[in-house]
Design a protein around this ligand. Sequence first.
Ligand SMILES: Nc1ncnc2c1ncn2[C@@H]1O[C@H](COP(=O)(O)OP(=O)(O)OP(=O)(O)O)[C@@H](O)[C@H]1O
Length: 577
Amino acid sequence: MIKLAKKNLVWWAVIAAILFMILQVSCDLYLPTVTSNLIDKGVAENNIGYIWSEGLKMLGVAFIGVLAAAGNIYFAATQSQKMGKKIRSSLYRKIIYLADQDLDKFGDASLITRNTNDVVQIQNVMIQVLRMMVMAPIMLVGAMALAFVKSPRLTVVFLCSLVVLAVAVSAIMAFAGPLFKKLQGQTDKLNLVFREGLTGVRVIRAFNRDKYEQNRFDQYNNKYAKTGIHVFMLVSLMFPLMTFILSGTNVGIVWFGAKMISHNTLAVGNLVSFMTYATQILISFMMLSMLFVFIPRAQASASRINEVLDVKDSIVDPKEATEVKSDKSSLAFDHVDFKYGDSSKLALSDIDFSAKAGQTVAIIGETGSGKSSLVNLIPRLYDVTNGEIRINDTPIKEMTQHQLHKLISITQQKAVLFTGSVRENMQYGNETASDDEIWQALKVAKADDFIQEEGGLDAKVEQNGDNFSGGQKQRLAIARTILKNASIYVFDDSFSALDFKTDAQLRQALNKDEKIQKAITVIVAQRISTVADADLILVLNDGKVVGAGTHKELSANNSYYRAILDSQIKKGDDDHE
Ligand SMILES: Nc1ncnc2c1ncn2[C@@H]1O[C@H](COP(=O)(O)OP(=O)(O)OP(=O)(O)O)[C@@H](O)[C@H]1O
């Protein structure tokens, strides 16, 4: 947590909070002495003038104490909120640039918990540190010294209470600390199940699994609640325990104090102030103990946050980037092998092909054959294991990711749209695109008709684009892709949600588009009809290229391609029957 605090502390707010706290504690420590003077010199000697002046002094000191407390709370809260904001910001920035394999390692639910719940834990503890951790030691030492001055003999009484309190609090802490850590882990699990249920709600209903999912959620929810009850029961035990020990201490002080008063070795005022100091000492001790319970909990959160922030970028930019020519597009895979993370099996092996400006490369193959893995290597979502990929004759590892991504425009297998207007979504890859250009792209993507019906470019796109059908979302994503000026356009199974007629019309329009004609198009598809016009078709099987050529060549002599072709002709016949 210290590492996180060092990077994100707002120093001026910390210093202001500490100064205000010192002022507040000084007032709190001075008040019992004023009380004692008021009783011994004012009340006992019936000195009305003295009572007035000390009374006003008391009010003044108490008022300054209240103002100081308000100042401390203000600056402690400012520091904690600003620190939380900085941590959330750094986390978000880190997550945006995390390589896909690292994102997969943490999982969405855990990353969300780390950016919300874990940051809140640190914020809460930061406020307490700036209040209690500053207040308690000063108060403890100050009150002990002043109490000792009032009566060294009576000090023995609260020293005994302090030992009892230390034993009780340590016992509670020993149980509560690990439970707090467990609670954080269970929050992760709960969020994971909740998120899965939320995203898969339609599947759950369609498969009648609502009871099963509800039970699964309840299981984690119960575990979380059970740990929560244990932990908070333990912590709330502190307060009655503290009251009990405090009352016992006061009884002891009054008992011995009364005897000392009867022997004229202690003044009444001193006994009253002594009791206040004893209370302050025990409260300070209690505050410190509470901090030792909460700090480990925040520590667990801090390590979870650091785990993300400390991830070494697996996709690294070169120290000195090469200038990339963008006048003539080219794409080359040079004997590329690729495997995921620690997997022992290659997902792609010996992929070797090249394409020039104006050409279309199509990739076809069974599900799981490695099509998406292959296109994900082009924008360096993953790095190749062996071999090299070159764009416009420059190895992609010699460009910065920013340079590389400027050269590529991609439509993913699952269309992703953002909340906002259609115009905002379209301008995502080309901020300066005019309305005319957007309409042109929508026309090519066969999306102009339904956008017109929806009310034009200002039409709303709801969360995940849920107010559009699957096919409409695909067409919008395709329009966004072609609106961007790029050297390579990648369509990862983007035509799958379109009907045959729209698919054919869209590809025809794409072929006529000037921008696309100057670039290279990579199309991943399942249907032969989608890839038949391509200049080069790669047939993938189990991560290997088992056929490469045009539709005519492959239909004539490639058994894998023929098998796909036959199955689709057969399916087409069946569909017509
Ligand atoms: N993130 C990942 N981590 C580990 N293995 C993966 C990952 N993504 C895919 N794979 C594995 O890599 C292989 C190729 O998957 P890929 O998604 O590239 O196939 P695909 O041909 O695009 O399939 P589909 O047509 O179903 O989209 C599969 O065996 C899959 O299990």
